[in-house]
Design a protein around this ligand. Structure first.
Ligand code: N01
Length: 542
């Protein structure tokens, strides 16, 4: 019998986290095997090819900074990059650092079992391959497990059905067609203006109105790009001090909104609205902490919607109740303006309208509950798009059957919601690392900066173990419990846990309600550094 293949590190996922981890492991001379379900690198940017897909962190900030030559040689063309451009960048990184030979594409990791006897993980893939490793790293991303709601009749639809997060590689031709889209989160709001310009008719099925702010995207001035690159390291360092690890160039925190005069408040909000981008809520210190302060910002945006949208009824339906930024803030190009087009119709399927009854072979039936379609309205469609989001943060981790000490499944351990230490490791799962896992800043930070910080921490941790003749790291139950309490305490100081967002898992029926990311990137980094300085405080190294 041939001997089981063994590598030091297995990495699941070849998005920005997995690629950088493989780079670090190779640079340290370690044996590493990456696995990726997709046909190439890029992660989220490989899958999300829907029309209008782009990043809402500026291009000059949404990129790796681990290699000075890389960040100097790459040229971005727009203030906010499109999906194709970011995917080209990921492919460039893979070429430049020769990462692909270490990644097996079109391969899903199905299971990973920890063997307490050998201290190794046994990893199994969907093509029946098995190998062992010392360190098992889940770099599967926070928003990669697509949520395709099980709406009655879904599979009977006779036209083209597509999910934004699994967009067909050969595209979907909507030219002149009757198109319907379910969902008005970031993906829907980016896609809707582009679809409206191409489709014959677009019907938007909105369950909850969402706050969105203008991006004010445009070409990136080459001179400005050169200027930024001259002092790139300073920009990166300043960004790492920002709560979300981006946007230091626009930092203008000015006290509390509740202390500002109405004139000052208005001037500031007007300025930020015209400037565009996601830093609107970073302007006053209390906007994300105090519902009263938040309401001032929310009311400002509500007024803007009424100004932009011609039809008052449509404007009213598009106007969100509640707080701004409690659900992930959206950044758009011409979203509200799109509802002034004659070929766009907004159908409220939430509390202010009638729900979707079912999907039929030719469209979507909307109508009052309990009427079995009587009095309902049928929307005839050629194309139906689900922009219905993801099983965020835990979905892609729990898709793999991960079993730690005593054969305990991660899914069992997390039955009441995810618990981690630092969002990096879980008690009972030695040498398992989660990159941007629940309990770390992750989706509340610039994702590339957050992944680089985690990968650096993991890489240095493995170096430390090696240098000291150690083989295993595992969080202590006390440290894990304390960390979970800490994350909850920080979240509870903000408005975040107060609404039904994917941050708390509310978009997935039956998912435990737990606030999963951790607000505040700089404090988190400090804590990670202190843990290391304290000899990996809260971990047992053996
Ligand atoms: O998903 P979402 P997304 N019937 O969950 C609706 C990142 N991202 O793909 O609000 C009817 O936000 C749902 O309604 P409701 C970013 O972090 C970034 O848009 O639950 N409707 C909602 O309107 C983002 O936050 C970028 O009531 C249903 C929508 O579908 C995250 O990914 C671009 C439904 C889902 O919105 C997810 O964004 C894109 C049902 N059964 C994404 N189920 C950028 O960088 C769900 N909905 C800009």
């Amino acid at each position: 019998m041939s001997e089981q293949r063994h590598v030091e590190v297995v990495v699941v996922g070849a998005g920005f986290a997995g690629m950088y981890l493989i780079y670090r492991m190779r640079r340290a001379g370690r044996s590493v095997q990456g696995f990726e379900t997709a046909g190439d690198v890029g992660g989220t940017w490989y899958w999300n090819r829907y029309p209008g897909a782009r990043c809402d962190v500026e291009s000059m900030e949404y990129s790796y900074d681990f290699d000075e030559d890389l960040q100097q040689e790459w040229t971005w063309t727009e203030k906010y990059s499109t999906q194709p451009e970011i995917l080209r960048y990921a492919q460039h990184v893979a070429d430049r650092f020769e990462l692909r030979p270490h990644i097996r594409f079109n391969t899903r990791v199905e299971a990973a079992y920890y063997d307490e006897g050998t201290g190794r993980w046994l990893v199994r893939t969907d093509d029946g391959d098995e190998l062992t490793c010392q360190f098992f790293v889940m770099a599967t991303g926070c928003l990669s497990s697509a949520n395709l709601p099980d709406i009655e009749g879904r599979d009977s639809f006779g036209g083209v059905l597509a999910h934004t997060g699994r967009w067909p590689h050969d595209g979907v031709d909507v030219t002149g067609k009757r198109v319907g889209i379910i969902g008005t989160g970031s993906s829907g709001i980016q896609a809707i203006p582009v679809l409206a310009a191409q489709a014959g008719h677009l019907t938007v099925f909105q369950r909850t109105a969402q706050f969105t702010l203008p991006a004010r995207n445009g070409p990136l001035d080459p001179a400005e790009q050169d200027r930024i690159k001259e002092t790139y390291a300073e920009l990166r360092a300043a960004n790492r001090k920002m709560p979300g690890a981006f946007g230091s160039r626009y930092a203008r925190r000015k006290g509390n909104a509740l202390d500002a005069t109405p004139e000052r408040l208005r001037a500031e909000f007007d300025f930020l609205w015209e400037q565009g981008g996601p830093l609107f809520l970073a302007s006053f210190r209390d906007l994300m902490l105090d519902p009263e302060a938040n309401r001032l910002a929310a009311d400002f945006v509500r007024e803007k919607i009424a100004e932009i949208v011609d039809d008052p009824e449509t404007a009213a339906r598009l106007t969100p109740h509640g707080l701004i930024g409690c659900k992930r803030l959206v950044i758009d190009t011409d979203y509200y303006e799109t509802y002034n087009r004659p070929n766009v119709m907004l159908v409220d399927v939430g509390s202010r309208g009638d729900p979707i009854q079912r999907i039929t072979p030719t469209g979507v039936l909307v109508g009052p509950d309990g009427t079995e379609g009587e009095g309902g309205e049928h929307h005839e469609l050629d194309v139906l798009i689900f922009a219905t989001g993801f099983d965020a943060m835990t979905g892609s981790l729990l898709r793999v059957d991960i079993r730690g000490r005593g054969g305990r499944a991660l899914a069992d351990k997390w039955a009441n919601g995810p618990v981690t230490y630092l969002g990096l490791n879980v008690v009972g799962f030695p040498n398992l690392f989660t990159v941007t896992g629940p309990g770390s800043p992750s989706v509340l930070a610039n994702m590339i900066v957050a992944t680089e910080q985690h990968v650096d921490w993991i890489s240095e941790c493995i170096e430390h173990l090696d240098a000291n003749g150690l083989t295993t790291i595992e969080a202590t139950p006390e440290a894990e419990a304390e960390w979970v309490a800490h994350v909850n305490a920080i979240a509870d100081r903000t408005i975040f846990p107060t609404c039904n967002s994917w941050y708390v898992g509310a978009n997935i029926p039956g998912k435990p309600r737990v606030f999963m990311p951790l607000p505040g990137f700089p404090n988190y980094v400090k804590r990670c550094e202190e843990v290391v300085a304290g000899g990996y405080e809260g971990f047992v190294l053996s």
